[in-house]
Write a protein that binds this ligand. Structure first.
Ligand SMILES: Cc1cc2nc3c(=O)[nH]c(=O)nc-3n(C[C@H](O)[C@H](O)[C@H](O)COP(=O)(O)OP(=O)(O)OC[C@H]3O[C@@H](n4cnc5c(N)ncnc54)[C@H](O)[C@@H]3O)c2cc1C
Length: 607
């Protein structure tokens, strides 16, 4: 049988796989992306949208690290909105509706243009592992038909496909996504290698034929008048924006759902695995929020060249006849034809406490997991993990230090740390509330935070660096201007520090400020206005860093600390934190446990 050889193999061409493959190749690793179907690369299994609050921040971070997602959505977005505009900048979240097909093809084009990356349509059926010096390490993968791909690193990003079952009412069909099959061999291979697997579920709403919707009865939601791009490389967004549309469920719909709950797989016992609590199906909403007489529905266009609409807010696995009947009762949708029925999917995931912070598995050297396989949900979370795992796989092979971003540096740092330190007990998605330093982690400053790091690692090109340097010079220049220009006895910077004063007020005082590019003015404004808060957050960051400096060897013998509580020892042995700060974040680990650990570490290596 043929054998192919690469440095890094990425299995799965979803959002995680695409970024993983691109990142590994950007770092010079010869890389192959193996995926079941090359026509479904970066397919959006659920909503045709990228970003949102906290997720938008992740997209901008991926972009600042040279990733694909921001550029792809800028090129193919059909509506752009900055969410939470009225709140402070830490809460702003860019979001865009995508032309779903165009998005996929744009990601694929970017992958095709990436030097050092081979794209192959293959179904991976098994993992090849070899023993070296008493330690198991990955050697490659086997694909359907028996061919082998050999590699020193494998990044597994199989999404919702492992032993997947789709449910609509009483019907059960094997498959990870409507119209596609399931992946059988990999779960068995992982279990054979000693990995724990568990089951999660997620769901998706029906899609409607736009020609059968009465838009005159719906409320229109346009995009922003001045849309903000995701990528720091995009100067202007081209093309008209399409509106989304709003309608609501009502008591009659809720009554219908209640009458059919016994046929809903989540309630009939047909599905036992946990789904995302924060993204409930309509049947869940009707049960959990029984006092609500209506729920909002957003109709989102699936693209420029199709009439298909995604109905955000009505994810369901109720039987087909109930789905049909529900729409008869919703204003504007009475005549609507369903093009695709909603369904729920159950799949295997690998609890992520089995991973090091680089997303390499603790059990098999050179094997990395990223994306939905780690128990997360969402394209952005998947893409971020993909970039992280792909980059780290390539860095390790090159004998270089890993790329680890801390919780105070990036939402990606928060995401990875939450996954590997705390594990997951329901599908994990990012929220701003998960980040303790969110004022530092704004979407608008992702380039200033991360591009210098990405440049050092080799993930971004000189053009990106040049742009950042130009921006940094402009920020410094305009800031100087604000600190030296006086109006009525105060500098403009002092004026701006006052709560009621905004940039527009400064422009009235000093009209030359109107010449500052908007993205530069925004940074100067935030830098000055939030200086005090940022300084306080920085002080806390320093405190945490001191704990993080106390490293714990990966092979540390917790059994040697006799006073350590059994529960603490069991958790520390399972997670194997790499420093005291990470140990302190493990749920159930107390300050007393940390004190013991610190004393023990100091006794072993007195400073
Ligand atoms: C029904 C449904 C509803 C969802 N609802 C939501 C939601 O409400 N909110 C939300 O944020 N997210 C939702 N998602 C999740 C979102 O689609 C995922 O989070 C995201 O796509 C995960 O990206 P990924 O790259 O990890 O995996 P995926 O996008 O699933 O990609 C996996 C890739 O691996 C390939 N693959 C699988 N097995 C093999 C193999 N053996 N060999 C080669 N290639 C293989 C597949 O073909 C696919 O290309 C939903 C997904 C589904 C299916």
């Amino acid at each position: 049988m043929a054998a192919y050889e690469y440095d890094v193999i990425v299995v799965g061409g979803g959002h995680a796989g695409a970024e993983a493959a691109a990142a590994a190749a950007r770092l010079g690793a010869s890389t192959a992306l193996l995926t079941t179907n090359l026509d479904t690369v970066a397919h959006m299994s659920c909503n045709p949208a990228i970003g949102g609050v906290a997720k938008g921040q992740i997209v901008r971070e991926i972009d600042a690290l040279g990733g694909l997602m921001g550029r792809a959505i800028d090129a193919t977005g059909i509506q752009f909105r900055l969410l939470n505009r009225r709140k402070g900048p830490a809460m702003h979240g860019p979001r865009a509706q995508a032309d779903k097909r165009a998005y996929q093809w744009e990601v694929r084009r970017l992958l095709e243009e990436q030097p050092g990356l081979a794209l192959r349509q293959e179904v991976v059926t098994d993992l090849l592992v070899e023993r070296h010096g008493g330690k198991e390490r990955i050697a490659g993968v086997r694909v359907a038909g028996g061919a082998e791909y050999r590699a020193r690193a494998v990044v597994l990003t199989t999404g919702t496909f492992l032993q997947a079952i789709m449910h609509t009412g009483e019907s059960r069909v094997a498959g990870g996504r409507a119209g596609e099959g399931t992946t059988q061999g990999i779960s068995a291979a992982l279990q054979r290698l000693g990995f724990r697997l568990d089951r999660f579920k997620t769901g998706t709403p029906p899609r409607l034929h736009g020609k059968t919707i009465d838009f005159s009865r719906l409320e229109e939601q346009p995009g922003d008048e001045h849309p903000v791009p995701f990528s720091f490389l995009t100067e202007r967004l081209e093309g008209d924006q399409l509106p989304c549309w709003i309608t609501h469920t009502n008591e009659a719909v809720h009554e219908l759902i209640r009458a059919n709950l016994h046929r809903a797989p989540m309630y009939s016992g047909q599905i036992e695995s946990r789904g995302p609590r924060y993204c409930p199906s309509i049947e869940d909403k009707v049960v959990r929020f029984a006092d609500k007489s209506q729920h909002q529905l957003f109709l989102e266009p699936e693209g420029r060249r199709t009439c298909e609409y995604y109905v955000n807010g009505i994810s369901t696995s109720l039987p087909r006849d109930v789905q049909d009947e529900m729409f008869r009762l919703i204003p504007g949708l009475e005549q609507a034809q369903i093009m695709r029925y909603g369904y729920a999917v159950e799949y295997d995931y690998a609890p992520p406490d089995q991973l090091w912070p680089t997303l390499e598995t603790k059990r098999i050297e050179g094997l990395y997991f990223a994306g939905q396989l780690n128990g997360t949900t969402g394209y952005e979370e998947a893409a971020g993990q993909g970039l992280w795992a792909g980059a780290n796989a390539a860095l390790k092979l090159a004998g270089r230090p890993p790329l680890i971003l801390e919780r105070d540096q990036a939402y990606l740092g928060v995401l990875m740390d939450d996954l590997v330190t705390c594990g997951v007990d329901e599908p994990y998605r990012m929220f701003t509330s998960r980040a303790e330093f969110r004022l530092l982690l704004r979407h608008d400053n992702a380039d200033r935070r991360l591009t210098p790091i990405a440049w050092k690692v080799g993930l971004v090109d000189a053009e990106r660096r040049r742009r950042l340097e130009t921006k940094a010079e402009q920020i410094a220049e305009w800031r100087r201007q604000l600190e030296t220009t006086r109006v009525e006895g105060r500098t403009l910077a002092e004026w701006l520090r006052r709560t009621e004063i905004e940039w527009a007020d400064l422009v009235r005082m000093a009209p030359e400020l109107a010449e500052a590019p908007p993205e530069v003015a925004e940074q100067v404004r935030h830098d000055i206005k939030y200086e005090g808060y940022v300084a306080r957050q920085q002080a806390e960051v320093e405190r945490q860093r001191r704990l993080a400096d106390k490293t714990i060897p990966p092979t540390f013998d917790y059994g040697g600390i006799r006073q350590l509580r059994f529960e603490a020892r069991e958790k520390l042995e399972r997670i194997r934190p790499l420093n005291l700060a990470q140990a302190a974040r493990i749920s159930g680990i107390t300050p007393a446990d940390i004190a013991l650990l610190l004393a023990h570490l100091q006794a072993k290596s007195p400073r």
